[in-house]
Design a protein around this ligand. Structure first.
Ligand code: NAD
Ligand code: MG
Length: 389
């Protein structure tokens, strides 16, 4: 075992891609973890099966209409069943030693904030929550004394490369990007890209929303803002570099000319394990990195003509205030519309820009403010959706 202590763990978004990778590691280390809460959106059967397998104390389904169904599925198991957004927040307020925040979208914000308020460890995959809440989330981290560990592979890489060094010694942080499935597509071909093509990522297997974000490069835009908050070096010291092999997960260049990079297989269990064991290390079943087999690592500058999302994100960081929350909300609505076949691929980021151009609400100061900005921006974004050409 990597640790002689047993720690309680809550997994928000247990039925998703990050949730599955997290629970795979928990399953392999039965003495290291005790599962407190598992949550899902509406996948009752899958959630109940996981809750039974891991003997969770409580299972929460976000959809309040599914409570009876969940109760029935958990009958006789000893697992408590709960449902609805408040139950999600209450499950987090139980204060597990470590909470893996892996809900997709701003829907994960309130439960993640509740976990942060407990002052324990929060392993954050839910980048949309940090992008939307920004300083509001960081203030809660500072106030509660919580330890916020980044699960996102790039940010986990940067966190490891910083290794406690002061950010004042950092000359540049480079976020690497695979470039997504449409990296080599012409601007003209991008117009006709379909949802099926967008969710087929060359290197990673992920949920549908982040796969589309990866195809538009909005994932890198969200990650740029995520990095801006997690590593306070200033926007001018953050840049994006396209690296198609996804082996170098990001790098930190110091003032003396040293650049540290973190390398690893394209398997989210590596950064998740780094968070679960931190500051120790644990085994993962991932294949060791075989650089001789990979042969070469290549790099190129991002093309913001074809993929404007990183430019939009940089502008949004400079605008500050409500802009990141508006950008995120508009993107969530646009991605959903694209997946449902209601708008074309290139309309996703165009729509985000249109919503931003309509003016911004006042800067949010509290969690409630952020949620209000998110709700308002979603309504405005819906108005931008046009039927597919
Ligand atoms: P996913 O779609 O596979 O899973 C999402 C999970 O959230 C599911 O358990 C789902 O039931 C739950 N959920 C969805 N909507 C909800 C709602 N409204 N209320 C409560 N729960 C809800 O997504 P994923 O790929 O696992 O990504 C999760 C988060 O991690 C995202 O923020 C994503 O950007 C981030 N992330 C994912 C990866 C990856 O490789 N998958 C890598 C880095 C970061
Ligand atoms: Mg990432």
């Amino acid at each position: 075992p990597f640790s002689d202590q047993t720690r309680s763990i809550t997994v928000l978004g247990a039925t998703g891609s990050i949730g599955a990778s997290t629970l795979d590691l928990v399953r392999r280390n039965p003495d290291a973890f005790r599962v407190e809460a598992l949550t899902a959106h509406a996948q009752v059967d899958q959630l109940a099966a996981l809750a039974r397998e891991f003997s969770a104390r409580v299972a929460v389904v976000a959809d309040p209409a599914r409570l009876d169904e969940l109760r029935a599925a958990l009958a006789g198991s000893g697992v408590e069943a709960a449902a609805g957004p408040d139950a999600l927040v209450e499950a987090c307020a139980r204060g597990a030693d470590i909470t893996v925040a892996a809900i997709v979208g701003c829907a994960g914000l309130a439960p993640t904030m509740a976990a942060i308020e407990c002052g324990k460890t929060v392993a954050l995959a839910n980048k949309e929550a940090l992008v939307s809440a920004g300083d509001v989330m960081l203030a809660a981290v500072a106030r509660s004394g919580a330890t916020l560990l980044p699960v996102d592979s790039e940010h986990n890489a940067i966190f490891q490369c910083l290794a406690g060094n002061e950010t004042k010694h950092v000359r540049m942080i480079t976020l690497t990007a695979s470039g997504g499935p449409f990296r080599d597509w012409s601007a003209q071909d991008l117009v006709g890209a379909t949802p099926a093509q967008a969710v087929k990522h060359p290197n990673w297997s992920m949920g549908a929303k982040i796969s589309v974000d990866s195809a538009t490069m909005m994932n890198k835009g969200l990650e740029f803002i995520e990095a801006f908050h997690l590593f306070p070096v200033g926007v001018e010291r953050l840049r994006v570099l396209v690296h198609p092999q996804s082996i170098i997960h990001s790098m930190v260049e110091y003032r003396d000319g040293s650049t540290l990079a973190q390398l690893g297989p394209s398997d989210m269990r590596v950064p998740i394990a780094s968070c679960l064991a931190w500051p120790a290390r644990m085994d993962t079943p991932c294949d060791p990195l075989d650089l001789a087999a990979i042969g070469e690592l290549t790099f190129r500058r991002p093309d913001e003509e074809r993929f404007p999302a990183t430019r939009v994100a940089r502008e949004v960081v400079m605008a500050g205030g409500a802009a990141p929350a508006v950008m995120n909300a508009a993107n969530e609505i646009a991605v959903a519309a694209f997946l449902e076949g209601r708008i074309g691929f290139t309309r996703i980021v165009a729509c985000v820009e249109e919503v931003l151009a309509r003016g911004l609400p006042v800067a949010p100061v509290t969690l409630e403010d952020v949620i209000a900005v998110d709700r308002e921006a979603r309504l405005r974004a819906q108005e931008c959706m046009e039927p597919v050409r």
